[in-house]
Ligand binder design. Structure first.
Ligand code: DQA
Length: 145
């Protein structure tokens, strides 16, 4: 039997994690985050694909790819596309597995334009404000399913 698969998607500007507004997003880099997730998945016997893009279409393509290769779950921090992208919502609606939306910061404590999420209309779970630990919490929930 093949390994169960989870995909982790990071949206625009998250490649700058650790350097970008560290008072909001912390000092961990994206590699730190992904490596910790890879280690957890490896121990649990899951395959994991971590992908970051600054381009909406590339994130949509990655969601389609997850759909086609029978990935069981997507953990996604759509970053600013959270608040703008009907296209990412539509792509997630075509994905049949679990979707967990993660935000490093507590978006509800910030500017009002960050309070609305298109992705939350599809997400099975939403984690915000736990820093980069939010990704770990999301993966823990997926691995427990
Ligand atoms: C974010 C919150 C978004 O509002 C913002 O545009 C981001 C990151 C977060 O992880 O807290 O880029 O998704």
């Amino acid at each position: 039997m093949s390994q169960p698969k989870v995909t982790v998607l990071h949206g625009p500007n998250l490649n700058l994690l650790g350097a970008r507004e560290p008072e909001v997003y912390g000092y961990e880099t994206l590699d730190d985050v992904n490596n910790a997730l890879r280690e957890k998945a490896r121990i649990a016997g899951w395959a994991i694909n971590c992908f970051q893009s600054n381009h909406e279409g590339e994130l949509i393509d990655a969601i389609h790819a997850a759909r086609l290769d029978e990935t069981l779950a997507i953990i996604i921090n759509p970053a600013a596309y959270t608040h703008t992208s009907v296209a990412i919502l539509d792509a997630l609606n075509a994905f049949e597995g679990k979707v967990i939306e993660v935000h490093i910061s507590n978006v509800h404590k910030r500017e009002s334009f960050r309070h609305h999420s298109y992705v939350s209309l599809r997400a099975d779970g939403v984690i915000a404000g736990l820093g980069t630990q939010g990704y770990q919490a999301a993966l823990k929930a997926i691995l427990a399913t």
